[in-house]
Ligand binder design. Structure first.
Ligand code: DQA
Length: 148
């Protein structure tokens, strides 16, 4: 399986940014541990602070990957363009948040992306990404069983 994790704005600062909310671990370190945990899966990673670049990477990988794990960060709450990109591609997309957005400010309760994603995982810290990968593995298994 080929899975890409896509992180949006300010997530390049994980480990340094508001550690009381987002933790002390850099994404690079976490990614290494994920890749070790799933040696049979190719897990690639992309991060951008720029909305259009997130649209581009969804378009580029959404037809050739088995799944996208997407933390669009603040664009979750604002971006029709990212929602349209998700809608346009073939592979399933799991929306992920490190924090429990529903426990936070009201503007974080709304997501343009949730209605076009396979599902949403929020509030489990960096483990939210692993849970999203598990969901994609299960969906992929079910799809293969349906095909046989
Ligand atoms: C976030 C939650 C968003 O509301 C916020 O803008 C982020 C990170 C999370 O992972 O908890 O940047 O997506």
């Amino acid at each position: 399986m080929n899975i890409i994790i896509i992180n949006g704005p300010n997530l390049n600062l994980l480990g340094k940014r508001e550690p009381e909310i987002y933790g002390c671990c850099s994404f690079e370190d976490y990614l290494e541990s994920l890749q070790e945990k799933y040696p049979d899966i190719t897990i690639s990673y992309y991060q951008s602070n720029i909305e259009g670049e997130l649209v581009n990477i969804i378009q580029e990988t959404g037809f050739i990957s088995d799944g996208i794990v997407l933390n669009a960060a603040a664009y979750t709450h604002t971006s029709v363009a990212i929602a349209d990109a998700i809608r346009s591609v073939k592979c399933p997309v799991v929306e992920v948040h490190i924090s429990n957005v529903h426990k936070r400010e009201e503007f974080r309760h709304f997501s343009y992306l949730s209605p076009v994603c396979m599902g949403v995982i929020a509030g489990f810290g960096l483990d939210s990404y692993r849970l999203a990968i598990e969901a994609l593995i299960n969906a992929n298994k079910e799809q293969q069983e349906d095909e046989h």
